[in-house]
Write a new protein. Structure first.
Length: 297
C-alpha cells in the first residue's frame, strides 16, 4: 500500500475535522445536560432529600414527633402532637394544633383542604427545614417528606454513566395507533398508574428490529416517556429499569438518545413510587448508554 504524502494527510485531516467537531459538540451537549440533571437531583428539594412516605388511613391521622404518629416528624422539629390529617374519600383536610409552628405554603398553618401532587403543584407544609405534602397513588393517599440535610444528599458525588456514544442516538419510526391506547402500568409499591400510549417506536440496533411503546404522562405538556429495561439491568444499570424522554414525533420520526437514559427516582430513595417498565419494553439487547446503577440501596 503506498504511503500517504504529507499533502494527502493534511487534506484527510481537514475533511475529517467537521465530523470530529460535531462529535465533540454532541458529547459536550450531553455532558452539560447531565450536569443539570445531577444538579436537580442534589437540589434542596431533589430526590436525594426524601426521608419518608407515610400512607394515610380513612379518618384521623396524627402528625407529630410522638412515637406512634401516623406521620412521624423528626424529633426537635415539631411538637409531639402537631396536628391531624383528616381523610374522607380522596379529600385530605389538615388541622394544625395551637402552637404547632407549622407553615402552609409559607404562611402560619391554618385548617385547610390540601391539594395533592395529582392536582398539579401540591400544598406544601413545613416544620423547620423539613417539608411535606400529600401524594396520591391510585386509591392511596400519603405524605411525602423531604429534608435537605439528608446524608444521601451530603454524600452525593454524581451519577455513574457510560461514555457518551453517538451510536446510541437513534432515529426511530413512529407508528401511530388509530387512537391512543390506555395502559395500566405497575409501580414498585404495588399500585398501578393509568397512562396513554400514542403508538409504537421501531428502529434497528445490532441487526435486530426493536420496538418500544412510549407513554404520554401529561397531555398539556406532551412528550414521549419511555420506561424500558434491557440486558444491562443484570450487570450495570438499575435492575428495575430506566427512563428515557423524547420529543413528540415529527414527520413520522422520533430521536431516541439513550445517552440521556436516566435512573428512576427509586434508584436514589426507597421512599419513591416509580412506575415499572411494561413487559413490551423489556429489550433482549444490552443498552450500554446513559446512567448506570448508583448503588445507593
Amino acid at each position: 500500500m503506498p504511503m500517504r504524502t504529507p499533502h494527502v494527510l493534511a487534506i484527510s485531516l481537514i475533511l475529517s475535522a467537521p465530523a470530529l467537531c460535531a462529535q465533540d459538540a454532541y458529547r459536550a451537549s450531553v455532558d452539560a445536560w447531565h450536569a443539570q440533571r445531577e444538579a436537580r437531583l442534589a437540589a434542596e428539594d431533589g430526590w436525594l432529600t426524601l426521608i419518608g412516605r407515610d400512607w394515610l388511613n380513612p379518618g384521623e391521622n396524627a402528625l407529630g414527633s410522638a412515637p406512634g404518629s401516623t406521620v412521624l416528624l423528626p424529633e426537635g422539629l415539631s411538637l409531639p402532637k402537631a396536628g391531624l390529617f383528616l381523610v374522607e374519600g380522596t379529600t385530605v383536610r389538615f388541622k394544625p394544633f395551637p402552637g404547632s409552628g407549622l407553615l402552609l405554603n409559607g404562611k402560619p398553618a391554618v385548617e385547610a383542604v390540601l391539594k395533592s401532587d395529582a392536582e398539579g403543584q401540591p400544598d406544601l407544609l413545613q416544620a423547620g427545614r423539613v417539608s411535606f405534602y400529600v401524594i396520591r397513588r391510585g386509591d392511596r393517599l400519603g405524605i411525602r417528606m423531604k429534608d435537605p440535610e439528608t446524608p444521601a444528599r451530603k454524600a452525593f458525588h454524581g451519577v455513574p454513566r457510560y461514555p457518551v456514544d453517538a451510536a446510541w442516538r437513534i432515529e426511530a419510526d413512529f407508528i401511530p395507533y388509530d387512537k391512543p391506547q390506555t395502559r395500566t402500568i405497575a409501580t414498585v409499591i404495588g399500585t398501578t398508574e393509568t397512562m396513554s400510549s400514542p403508538g409504537l417506536l421501531r428502529f434497528k440496533m445490532g441487526g435486530r428490529d426493536i420496538t418500544l411503546e412510549p407513554m404520554v404522562e401529561d397531555p398539556e405538556h406532551p412528550e414521549l416517556f419511555i420506561l424500558f429495561k434491557d440486558g444491562t439491568s443484570t450487570h450495570g444499570t438499575y435492575p428495575a429499569g430506566r427512563f428515557l424522554y423524547a420529543d413528540m414525533p415529527k414527520n413520522g420520526k422520533v430521536i431516541l438518545d439513550f445517552n440521556r437514559a436516566i435512573n428512576p427516582p427509586c434508584a436514589f430513595s426507597m421512599f419513591a413510587t416509580c412506575p415499572l417498565p411494561p413487559r413490551q419494553n423489556h429489550l433482549a439487547i444490552d443498552v450500554p448508554a446513559g446512567e448506570k446503577n448508583p448503588g445507593l440501596h
